[in-house]
Design a protein around this ligand. Sequence first.
Ligand code: PGA
Length: 259
Amino acid sequence: MIQKLIIANWKMNPQSLAEAMELFNSVKNWIKRHSNVLKNIRIIICPPFVYLSNIISSNLQHLTSNISLGAQDLFWEEKGSFTGEISPKMLKNLGCQYVIIGHSERRKLGETDEMINKKLKAAIKSKLKPILCIGEKRREVGSRKYEEIRNQLKKALKGIPNSLFQLPDSLIIAYEPVWAIGTGNPCKPEDAKEVLTFLRNLTQPLFHSTTQPLILYGGSVNSKIAKDYIEVGFDGLLVGGASLDSKEFIEIIKSVAKC
Ligand code: PGA
């Protein structure tokens, strides 16, 4: 059975390794105690690069069943003179399985669709599972409603043969309306469902029926509304702010587990 994914995007938080370890351990310890009711849920934690190594090395035996690690970005080149960048192989060799690509906060800093396309190709080549973020900047109405996300998806996937997407979670798409991120103003589940249907119709002919991408919702998710997105058909959630509070994040996991 396909698992529901709950992804924690810690962004540029917390400020010390001690706090990062505490946050990770409190979520992990709860998951360990409740693994019997979490069979169909995979939790993916995406901390800043600088904490990945410590978290992975002190949790090797736990990073298998319900809980995995992801990075928040990567660079498309394999190695060389690219000051400040992190290669796909570095992440893979460290034990990362997933990587967020094209987050709107990176797009805002100048990341283009072409760069996102290169990053996606590089992730696939290194067998990292990409979490591709797409979402419209402002609420659109009328016939051009989905134009922006259609273009983002088309450009991100340009030149990637669908034969490269072999497993059900080999491509994860996170629908994150930019106006809903970090605003405390989530997209209504029924409106998000409309976009989900649009995305499923768009991706359906591009992928083999067994390798359809998983589609997640992200944008001001909290424990009160988390399950509503699963109930309208999303395969999981990408959680930002609420993932920094272990109690709130655990409440989100609990509510999805009950779906
Ligand atoms: P948020 O962030 O949950 O704080 O809105 C989501 C994201 O940016 O991935």
